[in-house]
Design a protein. Sequence first.
Length: 185
Amino acid sequence: MEIWKPIKGFEGRYEVSNNGNVRSLVNAKGTVRKEPVIKSAFQQHNGYISVTLWKDGEGFCERVHRLVAEAFIPNPNNYPVVNHIDENKQNNCVNNLEWSTQKDNCNWGSRNSKIMETRNANHTSNCCKPIVGTDKQGNKVTFESVSEAGRALAGTKDSKVTADMIFRVLNGERKSTLGFTWKYV
């Protein structure tokens, strides 16, 4: 059964349901509707579902999962983050949400293992490829891997930072680093 509650700060204008729907109680002119209308939601670039709520001629983009949590889930510890238990950002039903700390939210579920899988896949495919660096005078230096180049060129700097800077050139994020342009052999 769908239960509706007023949205804090928009009382009398909008309501949110335990199923993750948002409805408007007034029209664009602020006149009360005979029947509430479900708002169209949209997916943001980061995957979260949002709606635009209007008040006094100003639009506010609000994430639906946060509206649901604020209306239906007590937050006695005053946690700042709403976690999707099933890791699906489109599932905004109240039984899929919980208040959380930022740290707990970041460590929840399979997020970290997915990140490591991606890093390992990129690392495996790129870390052991030979690379060549060309300086402004056209001199070339060749290394068996980005890691080797990072260690050799780091000097007093951190070799991991140096390797990361080289990776950025190889990935097209930078034009050069340490006075070299870099390419895979």
